[in-house]
Design a binder for this molecule. Structure first.
Ligand code: HEM
Length: 343
C-alpha cells in the first residue's frame, strides 16, 4: 500500500480534526418525485444485512461479453449475490450503454488510493451468514475474466446489541427502512424517466470504499471522545441529544458536535433527506495491522447520494482515524441480470 506518511500520521493520531471543515449546505427544496413504477431490484440490496460478504472485482479480458458474463451468472446461481459493472467496462470495447452517472471513483481529499484495490470492470458481491459458506462459490474463476481484487468481510463479535463495526459502534441506525418498497423506489432503484439507458431501470448505483481504521488510536481514546466523534452513544446507539436509538438527532442543540459524523453525514435538510443512501458495512482484516471497514452503499443517484455526503464529511472528527485506500463506483444490474445488459 502506498501512503506510508499518512499511515504514520494516522498511527500517531496527529491530524487536525477540524481542518477543512466544510459545514452544511444550504437547505434546498426536495426534488419533485413522480410516483415510481419500479419498486424492486436485486433483493440482496434491500434484504437485512447478512453476517459475511466477499467482494471480488474482475476485468474482462475476452473480446465479447456474453459468454463470460453468462458463465459468471451461472456460477453464482444459488448464492445470494449482486453483479455490478464499473465505468471501465464502457470504454468502447463493447457495444453497451453506460449508466449516465457511472464514472471512475475519484480520490477524495483524505484518500490514499492503492491501484491494486481500486475499480474493476465488474464487481461481484456474495453474502451469507457465514464466511465458510462463501469460500467456494463467492469468487468463481471464469474464462475471459481476470480477478483484480477480492476482500472478505464479516461482523466482529462485540459487546452490546445490534451489528457493530470495528470501532464498537452500532451500524445502520440512520439507514432508511429497506423494507419500505415505496421508499426504496424513491431512494435506491433507478426509475424510467431518470435519463438512464433503458437497461438500467431497476438497477442501483453501488459505492464501495475500503477504509483502514486506526484501531490503536481509537481504542486508546476515552469512550466519551469516541461518542463525540460519531454523535451517538456507544452502548445504546442513541443520538447524544436523546435517550433511545430511535430518537431523531437534535441538530439545533449543542449535544452533537459540529464535526460529528452523523451530523455531517446527514444534516437533515430537505435535500439530504431526499438523497439518503442505504449502507451496509463489514469489517475486513487483511493483517494484524490492517483492519477496517468495507463500506458499501446504494443509491439511485450517486452524485446526490454518496459523492455529496463524502464531500460533506471532509474535515469530520473521524477523519484522523481513517485511511480510505480502495473500492470503486459500480452499477448493480437490475433483476433481469446479465440479460438486461447484453440482451
Ligand atoms: C470506517 C468508516 C465509517 C465508520 C466507522 C462509520 C460509522 C458510522 C456510525 C457508527 C454511524 C451511526 C449509526 C448508523 O446510522 O449506522 C454512521 C452513520 C452514518 N454514516 Fe458512517 N461510518 C463510516 C463511513 C461512512 C462513509 C464513507 C459515509 C458516506 C460517505 C457514511 C455515511 C453515513 C451516514 C449517511 C450515516 C447516517 C447518518 C444519519 O442519518 O443519522 N459513513 N456511520
Amino acid at each position: 500500500m502506498t501512503g506510508p506518511r499518512r499511515r504514520t500520521v494516522l498511527a500517531a493520531g496527529l491530524t487536525s480534526a477540524a481542518a477543512g471543515l466544510t459545514g452544511c449546505s444550504d437547505p434546498a427544496p426536495p426534488p419533485v418525485q413522480t410516483a415510481p413504477s419500479v419498486l424492486t431490484g436485486n433483493p440482496v440490496v434491500v434484504a437485512p444485512v447478512r453476517r459475511a460478504a466477499v467482494l471480488t472485482a474482475y476485468d474482462v479480458t475476452a473480446a465479447e461479453l456474453a459468454a463470460p458474463l453468462s458463465a459468471l451468472e451461472e456460477r453464482l446461481r444459488g448464492t445470494a449475490a449482486t453483479i455490478a459493472v464499473g465505468a471501465s467496462l464502457f470504454d468502447g470495447r463493447f457495444p453497451i450503454d453506460r449508466p449516465r452517472l457511472l464514472s471512475e471513483m475519484p480520490a477524495f481529499r483524505a484518500d490514499v488510493p492503492d491501484p491494486q484495490w481500486c475499480h474493476g470492470d465488474l464487481l461481484v458481491q456474495a453474502v451469507a451468514d457465514d464466511l465458510e459458506q462463501l469460500r467456494g462459490p463467492a469468487r468463481p474463476s471464469v474464462p475471459g475474466l481476470r480477478r483484480r481484487w477480492s476482500i472478505e468481510g464479516s461482523h466482529p463479535s462485540a459487546p452490546g446489541p445490534g451489528i457493530r463495526n470495528a470501532f464498537g459502534f452500532q451500524e445502520g441506525l440512520g439507514n432508511p427502512d429497506a423494507a419500505d418498497r415505496q421508499l426504496m423506489g424513491d431512494l435506491i432503484w433507478v426509475q424510467p424517466g431518470d435519463g438512464e439507458p433503458a437497461w438500467c431501470t431497476g438497477g442501483t448505483y453501488q459505492v464501495v470504499r475500503l477504509i483502514q481504521m486506526a484501531m490503536p488510536t481509537w481504542d486508546s481514546d476515552p469512550v466519551a471522545e469516541q461518542e463525540r466523534v460519531i454523535g451517538r452513544y456507544k452502548d445504546t446507539g442513541a443520538p447524544l441529544s436523546g435517550q433511545r436509538q430511535t430518537d431523531e438527532p437534535d441538530l439545533d442543540g449543542e449535544a452533537i458536535a459540529v464535526d460529528a459524523h452523523i451530523r455531517l453525514a446527514n444534516p437533515r435538510t430537505p435535500d439530504s433527506m431526499a438523497h439518503r443512501i442505504l449502507r451496509h458495512g463489514y469489517t475486513y482484516r487483511l493483517s494484524a495491522e490492517n483492519t477496517g471497514q468495507i463500506f458499501i452503499c446504494y443509491q439511485r443517484d450517486v452524485e446526490k447520494g454518496f459523492t455529496t455526503i463524502q464531500r460533506r464529511l471532509a474535515g469530520e472528527a473521524m477523519e484522523r482515524y481513517l485511511l480510505p485506500f480502495g473500492g470503486g463506483y459500480f452499477f448493480v444490474l437490475p433483476p433481469a441480470g446479465v440479460r438486461a445488459l447484453i440482451g
